[in-house]
Design a protein around this ligand. Structure first.
Ligand code: CUA
Length: 156
């Protein structure tokens, strides 16, 4: 079979890209252990108030400059709604919803996710500079959606 020179080059190029992509993906999956999230935590969405840790929402210090924020989302509020942490704090947000799907987003941070009833969502964010962040719900959740907000104050 006689192939055109350019056809040969493109065929080799195409196969090479495929093989390199598969090698990179294989290396990440098997050598580096990268995989989609696999250990989802669930909760009975009707029993949020009686289920630890969501029976006591709040800000907890868990180590030297490490904090956990146990937070419930409900139409149309965050609890707690005023969070204060020191500068440099590594804060893990542990969140669930009591009713419908809400979202959580603090612009210019890593915090941006859906919070789904029946599931526990965890996100860790380090706050390097003292600042005030507005935390907003970014999933339409009802007539009061636009009023659903909280603040994070990072103190010096
Ligand atoms: Cu909660 Cu929109």
């Amino acid at each position: 079979m006689k192939m055109h020179r350019f056809e040969e080059i493109w065929l080799i190029f195409g196969v090479a890209v495929l093989v390199i992509s598969m090698a990179i993906t294989g290396y990440q999956a098997f050598a580096q252990g990268m995989a989609p999230p696999s250990h989802k935590e669930t909760i009975d969405p009707t029993q949020v108030e009686n289920t630890a840790p969501f029976d006591n929402p709040g800000v907890y210090q868990t180590g030297e400059n490490e904090y956990e924020v146990v937070m419930t989302l409900q139409a149309f509020s965050f609890e707690p709604s005023e969070i204060t942490v020191p500068k440099g704090a590594e804060v893990t947000f542990i969140m669930t919803s009591k009713d419908v799907i809400h979202g959580v987003n603090a612009p210019h941070t890593n915090l941006n996710t859906m919070v789904v009833p029946g599931q526990v969502q965890r996100i860790t964010q380090t706050f390097h500079d003292s600042d005030e962040f507005l935390l907003i719900c970014n999933e339409y959740c009802g007539t009061g959606h636009q009023t659903m907000s909280a603040t994070i104050t990072v103190e010096e």
